[in-house]
Design a protein around this ligand. Structure first.
Ligand code: AMP
Length: 422
């Protein structure tokens, strides 16, 4: 039987990975400028980490996690997201005892058993950043400014920042009570999931995607009307910083995001080129999560986001248009005309690679016409031909494949000639 990749989990071939590499290089550069450092946490975590932080009533924990029993019976989960892991690591390593804020970023695969479609996979990739140890609006602003720089650096125009405040822990009881009361009146008209959520975690109702529920959801009380003065001041400060620094946004009072741990600032960047899966990235503040995972009060608050790398890459491709084909071939294919020239060609190729050039060595003894044809199909810029006479004189025939122009060049001059592309 033919063995294939698991549904919703796909191979990223070089035509894809070249885009992922571009994005990741931009991330390392831009995030580094904002003084973020990389962390790598395990792909497998105790299941309890996610049930306690993401929340039992969320789609992720309720329906989508890959959880299994280890040989010793421990319940383990393939991470569905990495904020919980980052906060676990922050707590485990007592990072708040070090000077200043903790600014981390991560890049890696996440796993959710969702219905696969374009831009939605069961193994997908996220790039995230977290700032822990503080809760000022300045931190939130700088995170959004960093994202603006990344979008610019990646040539993505047309991404819209959608912003909300989902309230602090102390705002929740009054809002939940109002929401529950409003939901009780319309309960029978809502979908089965929402009828359950109305009891267990009413905020999740706002996240419902069932079309028939939308008119009812539109009439529910808004969290913005229940913010206490601290939380409102925080949101106002953030908006003032965004306004003063030319970062445009739209406030959406219904933006609550899919995970339970969010407090105060919540945001998403959406992009028109992505169809129904239009969220490029999402994030928000999660003050109190470190404490819920065992840290003392002085561990402070936190905020972070996760970029959907698969979708961000689609937006980069849309931005690059027809000229954006990122696939590239080698600088040159080095062709020994017979086996006798293999050794000098290997030595020459090593010298060229050390000079930073991308070189492929052809098998010796192939028909020259075939070897040149293959090199052209691989999008090589040049062929470097070495026969017996050339090897003896430490020279080669340098052929530009696009034009067929050919000239004799001493080995010593090759790095400069190939590097300059002439
Ligand atoms: P979340 O962790 O749910 O806040 O998602 C953050 C970002 O990850 C989203 O905005 C998407 O871009 C991306 N994302 C979430 N789930 C998937 C998925 N199943 N496949 C691809 N990208 C995803």
């Amino acid at each position: 039987m033919k063995i294939q990749a698991i549904k919703g989990m796909r191979d990223l071939l070089p035509a894809d990975t070249v885009w992922f590499q571009r994005l990741e290089a931009a991330v390392r550069e831009v995030f580094g400028r904002y003084n973020f450092e990389e962390i790598r946490t395990p792909v497998v975590e105790p299941a309890e980490l996610f049930t306690r932080s993401v929340g039992e009533e969320t789609d992720i924990v309720g329906k989508e996690m890959y959880t299994f029993a280890d040989k010793d019976g421990a319940q383990l989960t393939l991470r569905p997201e990495a904020t919980a892991s980052a906060v676990r690591a922050y707590v485990e390593h007592r990072m708040w005892e070090r000077p200043g804020l903790t600014r981390w970023y991560y890049i890696g695969p996440m796993f959710r058993r969702e219905r696969p479609q374009k831009g939605r996979y069961r193994q997908f990739y996220q790039i995230g950043a977290e700032v822990m140890g503080g809760d000022s609006a300045l931190i939130d602003y700088e995170l959004l400014a960093m994202l603006r720089m990344l979008l610019e650096r990646c040539g993505i125009g047309g991404a819209e920042l959608v912003l909300n405040s989902v309230g602090c822990a102390k705002d929740r009881p009054a809002y939940h009570a109002a929401l529950r009361a409003a939901l009780a009146e319309r309960l029978g008209e809502l979908c089965a999931d929402c009828q359950r959520r109305a009891q267990t975690n009413p905020l999740r109702v706002l996240d419902c995607k069932v079309p028939a529920d939308q008119p009812i959801i539109a009439g529910l009380p808004q969290i913005g009307d229940y913010l206490d003065s601290d939380c409102r001041a925080h949101f106002d400060q953030l908006r003032a910083l965004l306004d003063a620094n030319g970062i445009a946004y739209r406030v959406d009072p219904r933006l609550v995001r899919g995970l339970d741990y969010y407090t105060s600032t919540a945001f998403e960047f959406v992009h028109g080129a992505l169809g129904s899966q239009n969220a490029l990235l999402g994030g928000g503040r999660y003050d109190g999560l470190a404490q819920a995972l065992g840290a003392p009060a002085q561990a402070g608050g936190g905020i972070g986001f996760a970029i959907g790398e698969d979708r961000f890459v689609l937006a980069m491709q849309a931005g690059a248009g027809a000229g954006g084909d990122a696939a590239t071939g080698p600088d040159a294919v080095a062709i020994p005309l017979t086996a006798a020239e293999l050794q000098p060609v290997l030595e020459l190729s090593e010298r060229l690679r050390r000079a930073g050039l991308r070189i492929e060595v052809a098998e010796p003894g192939r028909k020259l016409g075939k070897a040149l044809e293959l090199a052209a199909k691989q999008h090589a810029r040049f062929a470097v031909l070495v026969g017996a006479a050339e090897a003896a004189a430490a020279r080669c025939q340098l052929k530009r494949l696009a034009t067929g122009d050919q000239s004799e060049v001493p080995f010593a001059q090759l790095p400069a000639r190939l590097g300059a592309g002439v």
